[in-house]
Design a protein around this ligand. Structure first.
Ligand code: CAA
Length: 248
């Protein structure tokens, strides 16, 4: 098999860029899809990925735009022949307690965190089915498993992400395609650093491992599920949260 082709949404963000790095590190060709207006971040991403040369590319994409998702997937398939791996990483927070939450905060969050996963998965699935191979990894969150104060929108969407994973996993299990969820805990990303310091300190105090996760902790988990040899793992939800939440 020639090199695998991976598409990562939210690809230049905190978790996204670590995921791109891990996938590229295993020899894949990686397309990082992200909003076009993140100029400074894009420059940082390009220099972080310089060692991989043209094996890591950037494409502008707003995952809330279904037509744009279809176009980006079609162009990548035409250029590289296929997409083997889709990592749905694009996500936002719009934290507010429910009594203060504006309708726009709910709608924006659902459009990115949940509609985006539908748009991208819908766009890649035909090609994966036709080729009989695929790895889809969806990023959820510990807060989709436990709920979090101020995150009715985020927790609902992130719980929904895993529902989507399980349903699609069943639909495509016999066709060589796996669909899994990774549920990060609190990691060192801009998103988490935006949580007020006092609240964040209380959260870190509850993490058994005693620290925030690193984006690489998440990148390694995604690369594992996206790998050739993970074909017997599907519909799973892999928590990577330092023991913050445990269940069986
Ligand atoms: N648990 C219980 N009660 C809480 C609380 C908590 N965590 N936080 C606030 N309260 C209480 C306050 O003590 C206050 O009580 P009184 O009315 O009795 O005084 C009341 O709730 C305040 O409610 P408000 O609606 O006025 O809250 P606020 O506007 O001050 O703040 C918030 C709400 C902005 C959501 C703030 O709580 C916050 O930032 N929380 C952090 C949310 C969070 O963890 N987000 C994670 C972002 S990172 C991420 O999501 C990545 C990932 O996947 C892990």
């Amino acid at each position: 098999m020639s090199e695998r082709i991976a598409l990562v949404t939210g690809g230049i963000g905190g978790l996204g860029s670590a995921i791109c790095r891990q996938l590229a590190g295993t020899g894949m060709r990686v397309i990082a899809a992200d909003l076009p207006n993140r100029g400074e971040r894009l420059a940082g991403f390009r220099s972080e990925m310089a060692e991989f040369g043209e094996r890591v590319a950037f494409v502008a994409l707003d995952v809330t735009d279904f037509e744009a998702c279809k176009r980006v997937v079609a162009e990548a398939e035409q250029r590289h022949g296929r997409i083997d791996i889709l990592a749905n990483v694009a996500g936002i927070t719009r934290d507010a307690s429910l009594r203060k939450m504006e309708k726009a905060q709910w709608d924006q969050l659902m459009a990115v965190n949940l509609d985006g996963i539908f748009h991208m998965s819908r766009a890649v699935i035909e090609g994966m089915l036709a080729r009989g191979y695929g790895r889809i990894v969806n990023i959820s969150s510990v807060n989709g498993q436990t709920g979090q104060f101020g995150q009715t929108n985020y927790s609902a969407a992130k719980a929904g992400v895993h529902g989507f994973t399980m349903a699609l996993a069943r639909e495509v299990a016999a066709k060589g395609i796996t669909v899994n969820t990774v549920s990060p805990g609190y990691c060192q990303t801009e998103m988490v650093m935006a949580v007020p310091e006092a609240i964040r300190a209380k959260i870190v105090a509850q993490i058994p491992v005693g620290r925030l996760g690193s984006p690489e902790d998440i990148g390694r988990a995604v690369a594992f599920l996206a790998g050739e040899h993970s074909g017997y793992i599907t519909g799973a939800n892999l928590p990577v949260n330092g023991g913050y939440f445990m269940s069986f």
